[in-house]
Design a protein around this ligand. Structure first.
Ligand code: AMP
Ligand code: MN
Ligand code: MN
Ligand code: MN
Length: 285
């Protein structure tokens, strides 16, 4: 069976491995086709492509775009995008500018809760200074001894109702899907199980996503408990969306490793069906 993993992060966003090391780890885990999907940034793709070519692996150009829809943050993965496409590049740049301002407000909010220096601390943890995110704050909170691990950091801080969480307006669903499609890519809903939508809201969201030209949804992801796979496979089928698979790998020892997920349920239509770059890999599934 083809080992394909279409969601992971390098240190260009909130992962810890540089793109080339991420590709090497994927290759060592038997991944044949990998998409690098950093948050709101595509600047890791060039070195990932070079490393993938050297390893005989196929690297799909990807991105994970932060969106606000219905008062919630949702993530839209773009696959087979053109990272040089101007509207996409400019749109992502705008999101990154918003991240810096947001990170300062997060730092201010933590300071009010008695934790000083968090913005500067998180900034130090970000390799890409335009891409400061909650994970960098979480890693800093761990290093400072405020919490034992990043999981706890997101339990006590950084999430709605806790210190360090600030409301933020990301881009629109229309922009994210539009930029992805205009650059030649396919838009995929990331980890649908993670959103605080009720069933009706989730259906409205998927209707809106489809109406804008969205085509896929993650079914097998590190963010879903195995007991949820079937539910999202059914949802994909009900909404006529293709199914994707990706670990959402960020760091060794955190969550599921790259390329180590179960296959899609047999009745799913994979997002990668018909991709010409897969022809070089012998057993297609
Ligand atoms: P941001 O885009 O800056 O809001 O950060 C979102 C990132 O934080 C996600 O992509 C995850 O990497 C991480 N994250 C969010 N919630 C959690 C959680 N409960 N546990 C661990 N990591 C989380
Ligand atoms: Mn992340
Ligand atoms: Mn995500
Ligand atoms: Mn992700």
């Amino acid at each position: 069976m083809l080992n394909i993993d279409l969601h992971c992060h390098s240190n260009i966003s909130d992962g810890v491995l540089p793109p080339a090391e991420l590709v090497a780890r994927a290759a060592a885990n038997g991944v044949q086709v990998l998409a690098l999907t950093d948050h709101d940034d595509v600047s890791g793709l060039a070195s990932a492509q070079a490393a993938a070519a050297a390893a005989g692996m196929t690297l799909v150009n990807g991105v994970e775009i932060s969106v606000t829809w219905g008062g919630q943050t949702v993530h839209i993965v773009g696959l087979r995008i053109d990272p040089a496409f101007p509207a996409l590049a400019e749109g992502l740049h705008g999101i990154r500018l918003g991240r810096i301002e947001r990170a300062q407000r997060m730092g201010d909010d933590l300071a009010r809760a008695g934790i000083a220096g968090a913005y500067e601390g998180a900034y130090d943890y970000a390799t890409n200074k335009q891409m400061v995110g909650r994970t960098h704050f979480a890693r800093w909170l761990v290093a400072q001894g405020h919490v034992p691990d990043t999981r706890t950091a997101f339990k006590r801080f950084l999430t709605r109702g806790h210190p360090g969480y600030v409301e933020h307006e990301w881009t629109t669903l229309e922009n994210a899907v539009g930029w992805i499609r205009a650059s030649g890519g396919m838009a995929v809903v990331a980890h649908p199980g993670r959103y605080a939508f009720n069933a009706r809201q989730l259906h409205l969201f998927l209707d809106a996503f489809r109406a804008l030209g969205g085509e896929g949804i993650e079914v097998i992801t590190g963010s879903h408990h195995p007991s949820e796979y079937e539910k999202f496979a059914e949802l994909a089928r009900a909404f006529g969306l293709k199914a994707s698979r990706g670990a959402d790998f960020h760091a060794p020892g955190e969550g599921i490793d790259i390329g180590c997920l179960p296959p899609l349920p047999y009745y799913c239509q994979p997002v990668w069906q018909g991709w010409p770059e897969l022809a070089s890999h012998s057993s297609l599934s």
